[in-house]
Ligand binder design. Structure first.
Ligand code: ADP
Ligand code: MG
Length: 323
């Protein structure tokens, strides 16, 4: 397939929304925002072998490209609206690009995000999505708004994606039915993370600070601590684990290391204690479990308490490129 045939086919299948003035097909896209709205922009690149395994299903790669970007918008409390997609591939043939686009558009359509432009070039595979969202002016959830005395929460469960990565290559033949099912669940969480879009928006005006857990809880909450000039003390035993993780990883130390491993795309946020009671309604409305995992106070860094309430030595660090 040639570049322009590809762009034409893409143009024919993308869905628009009421903010799109001009989408794919001109030199640039035109989008509009309501008065009093701010525009929130984020870009993430996915590189084969770094952000997804070399043998990952193309539909999962497309889905994850959308998911990680929508997760960044969610962490700001923004409503995702538009995106552009820069695609570099060795070839547009060979059955790779069709499922890739399908996976990408599946998640974009779920959130009514319009693909309004991009670029298509030949080269080693790389996928870059720029996602654009909106929110009422002044309501974005930053990393720097946390206050001493805040309580720290995390959505969903931690460690599934890291566990799926750790279990890769391990043969499944020896696993019984329950464990096989659990492993499939973990693999799904790695391949198709759920961006907490509704939760992020619901936390506007309630959370003081928010971040999505991509590099690992300690690393990401560390950004909030640094930006807000605070220290976090987390209860290691309180970190939420999925049934699948509990089924497959018995050792609590191993489990904790995986829970700090990253790639979960859950939201970690801080709220004033007096706002905690509003979280039950938000959890119910967004169908997202919310777990209290610790507190913020004066100092610096992210610290963990063991089951006896004693400070642990640093359990594990998150992911960092060029380390
Ligand atoms: P230009 O030469 O002006 O960069 P292109 O020929 O690259 O234009 O692109 C034509 C149109 O197709 C533009 O609207 C561009 O945004 C869109 N487009 C190209 N590649 C993609 C892609 N991978 N995803 C979405 N839109 C794309
Ligand atoms: Mg171009």
């Amino acid at each position: 397939m040639r570049e322009f045939a590809f762009i034409d086919s893409l143009r024919a299948r993308v869905r628009s929304n009421d903010g799109v003035v001009r989408g794919i097909g001109d030199d640039a896209a035109i989008v509009r925002f309501a008065p009093g709205e701010e525009c929130v922009v984020t870009t993430d690149t996915l590189v084969a072998g770094v952000h997804f395994p070399l043998d990952a299903a193309p539909a999962d790669i497309g889905y994850k490209t959308a998911a990680v970007n929508l997760s960044d918008l969610a962490a700001m409390g923004a409503t995702p609206r538009f995106c552009t997609f820069a695609l570099t591939l060795p070839s547009l043939d060979g059955g790779f690009v069709e499922p890739l686009i399908k996976g990408l558009l599946a998640l974009l359509d779920t959130h009514q995000v319009a693909l309004v432009g991009g670029d298509t070039t030949r080269g080693p595979m790389s996928l870059t999505l720029t996602a654009i969202g909106s929110l009422p002016a002044g309501t974005a959830l930053g990393r720097d708004g946390a206050r001493a005395g805040d309580v720290v929460y995390v959505s969903g469960t931690l460690g599934d994606a890291a566990a799926a990565l750790a279990l890769r290559g391990q043969r499944g033949d020896s696993l019984d039915g329950e464990r096989k099912l659990a492993r499939t669940r973990l693999q799904q969480r790695l391949a198709r993370p759920t961006p907490r879009v509704a939760l992020g928006q619901a936390l506007r005006g309630i959370a003081h600070a928010c971040i999505d857990v991509s590099d690992g809880l300690a690393a990401d909450l560390g950004h909030i601590c640094r930006a807000s000039g605070l220290a976090a003390v987390l209860d290691s035993v309180a970190l939420p684990a999925s049934r699948a993780l509990l089924t497959l990883v018995d050792d609590p130390g191993q489990r904790l290391a995986l829970q700090l491993g990253g790639d979960d795309y859950e939201l970690c946020f801080s709220v004033a204690p007096e706002n905690e009671e509003q979280l039950a309604a938000i959890a119910a409305a967004t169908h997202t479990a919310l777990t209290r995992i610790g507190t913020l106070g004066p100092g610096e860094g992210v610290h963990f308490l063991d089951a006896d309430g004693r400070i642990m030595s640093a359990p594990a660090a998150g992911y960092e490129h060029f380390r």
